[in-house]
Ligand binder design. Structure first.
Ligand code: ADP
Ligand code: ADP
Length: 226
């Protein structure tokens, strides 16, 4: 069965902008699907509704067999990574990464085990004590990814995660993310306006167009790696 099912979804904002019209899509377990298209085609709107942040005006979205709101509230099954850093500036890399476990009342021992596990995964084991503002943009993104992965989510939603990074850093992170996708058995939804990025990183591409926002083409990609 589909991990995410989107049926006949329309989204109209109060400003009467039709952000999305008649979107239908089934996303399966372990897919890495990217949503690519120009600004305003509804990429963020779609991803946010899948995350349970905002509801469709018409139509239905189900996530992991339930509503997006309930899926989001189940501990850690759905993780979200944004382009802008949402790290807490006064907490170290380690303290930022373990925050979700701390909030859910997990023991210190498990916090430490899982914290080091995900820090290793993103190559930040030697920077546990650093503060976010002492890190490069690429390293801050690694911290955000580690924090998103710490509760072992099934679904990773990413909205333009690498949009603010330089080309080399972005390519490194693309490769690392593909390895993590493989290793952690994730389903990944990845929003980008960069066509090249979508080609390198995903095994399916949803091409979106604006006015009104819709999925205009779905392309299967035979990913040669990792
Ligand atoms: P992106 O292309 O990365 O989605 P946007 O500028 O479209 O960036 O959106 C940034 C934020 O502003 C989002 O949270 C979006 O929901 C909100 N937003 C975008 N357009 C409007 C608008 N016309 N009125 C109010 N909020 C908006
Ligand atoms: P994208 O992520 O592809 O740039 P968005 O989903 O941010 O697209 O926006 C789709 C359309 O909906 C745009 O016309 C945008 O201005 C509008 N929009 C997005 N968020 C809001 C909002 N909170 N209120 C009103 N209009 C919005």
């Amino acid at each position: 069965p589909a991990v995410i099912s989107i049926e006949q979804v329309n989204k109209r904002y109060q400003s009467s902008t039709i952000a999305l019209e008649n979107v239908n899509l089934q996303i399966h377990n372990r897919e890495f699907i990217s949503f690519v298209g120009p600004s305003g085609c509804g990429k963020s709107t779609l991803l946010r509704m899948i995350a349970g942040l905002g509801e469709p005006t018409n139509g239905n979205i189900s996530v992991l067999g339930t509503t997006p709101e309930i899926a989001r509230q189940k501990n850690g099954e759905v993780a979200f990574v944004f382009q802008e850093s949402t790290l807490l500036p006064w907490r170290s890399v380690y303290q930022n990464v373990i925050l979700p476990l701390e909030l859910s009342g997990v023991s210190k021992k498990v916090q430490k085990e899982e914290g080091y596990r995900v820090l290793e995964l993103v190559g930040l084991k030697d920077h546990v004590k650093a503060l976010p503002n002492q890190l490069s943009g690429g390293m801050r993104m690694r911290v955000s990814i580690a924090r998103a992965l710490i509760a072992k989510p099934k679904l990773l939603l990413m909205d333009e995660p690498f949009g603010a990074l330089d080309e080399i850093t972005r390519q490194n992170l693309q490769n690392e993310l593909l390895n993590i996708w493989e290793k952690e058995e994730l389903t990944v939804l990845f929003v980008t306006h960069n066509v090249f990025e979508s080609v390198f990183i995903s095994n399916r591409i949803a091409i979106m167009t604006p006015r009104p926002g819709k999925i205009s083409a779905l392309i299967d990609v035979d990913l040669p790696y990792p």
